[in-house]
Design a binder for this molecule. Structure first.
Ligand code: DAH
Length: 341
């Protein structure tokens, strides 16, 4: 009995302290001292105790009751002092104590819009697609074989057997071609997800911009001139670019595009890992199987596609050393981009 009383004493006091307004405090009072309260229950149980134990237990319980009662009264006074949250005489339209700072675009959105604007200037339109995507559009329609490692649960956040969080913006290619006939020129910015451990250069969510151009006589030279125009307009100077052969299931041939390092102008530095080049996108000529998945007639069209990570570009542009800063929404970080556009 003694132990039960002790336990109730410390938990009761803690609950009283924790009550943050009058209604909370009243609930605590009822739970402890109300007709069905815990202390009241113990008092009622006294009659069942051994007659030897009863007087001491009764005295202890009464002391507890007085203590809790005093605690409740003191806490009620404290809460009343800190004033009502709202009530008569309060002007809720008065400004708060913290200044309401001016908002601004997130640096990723600023860069995303800037990139899209450059492509609009070349005649592209904007496309869109879902972040919760079907396995079919994210992989199968893009010519990924069933056993391709990118489908692996380690890379992809699967929702169920058929649905996943898109790992790339490329699924919007087939979704769009299913609905529209060439000529097509579109950019699709959006968020993508991969099951990565976060570090300074990896995040499990990031942004890409997909590009797709389809018509009757599109060539690799069109891809090269489009990329060069973009790099010149975005980075200002006449930065050279280069194509390196690569592999993507949905393009043939496939390339990775590098631009000369903006930090060292090709000499080699920490930003470019001493190579003088920065990889900025994957690209290539649309694979015939992708046209087939979209329902286009065989051999009727050619096209190029590219996919670019926006985070890397924003980090290069603003000298941001850690990708996680872009997703933590720390105001001290974000406020540095006020007035930047
Ligand atoms: N989807 C690729 C990725 O996330 C990037 C990419 C490469 C997109 C080549 C393309 C492309 O459209 O043609 O790694």
């Amino acid at each position: 009995m003694k132990e039960t009383i002790e336990r109730l004493r410390s938990s009761g006091i803690a609950r009283i302290e924790a009550a943050s307004h009058a209604a909370d405090l009243e609930e605590v009072r009822v739970a402890l001292l109300g007709r069905k309260g815990e202390v009241t229950g113990l008092l009622r149980g006294l009659k069942d105790l051994d007659s030897a134990e009863r007087p001491a237990a009764g005295a202890e319980l009464n002391r507890l009751k007085l203590e809790l009662d005093a605690g409740l009264t003191a806490r009620a006074a404290q809460l009343a002092d800190s004033g009502p949250v709202a009530g008569p005489g309060w002007d809720l339209t008065l400004p708060g104590e913290l200044p309401a700072g001016e908002g601004s675009n997130h640096p990723l959105i600023t860069v995303l819009e800037e990139i899209c604007d450059i492509f609009y200037g070349m005649g592209f339109r904007r496309g869109d697609g879902p972040e919760v995507e079907l396995d079919y559009y994210n992989f199968t329609a893009l010519n990924f074989p069933d056993d391709h490692p990118a489908r692996d649960i380690q890379d992809t956040f699967f929702i169920d057997e058929k649905r996943l969080l898109r790992t790339q913006t490329s699924p919007v290619q087939v979704r769009t071609m299913e609905r529209m006939e060439p000529p097509l020129a579109l950019v699709v910015p959006g968020r993508v997800y991969r099951n990565e451990n976060a570090d300074a250069s990896h995040s499990s969510e990031f942004y890409q911009i997909e590009g797709l151009v389809v018509d009757t006589a599109i060539s690799l030279a069109d891809l090269k001139s489009t990329v060069d125009t973009f790099v010149r307009r975005f980075f200002g100077a006449d930065e050279p670019t280069r194509f390196r052969p690569h592999f993507f299931p949905f393009t043939e041939p496939s390339v990775e595009v590098d631009m000369q390092c903006v930090a060292c102008r090709g000499k080699g530095c920490g930003v470019c890992g001493q190579t003088g080049w920065l990889e900025i996108m994957g690209a290539g000529m649309v694979h015939p199987n992708v046209f087939k998945a979209a329902g286009y007639p065989e051999d009727a069209y050619t096209g190029f596609a590219f996919g670019m990570g926006i985070d890397r570009i924003a980090m290069l542009k603003y000298g941001i050393g850690d990708i996680r800063l872009l997703y933590e929404n720390d105001l001290r970080f974000l406020q540095q981009f006020r007035g930047v556009s």
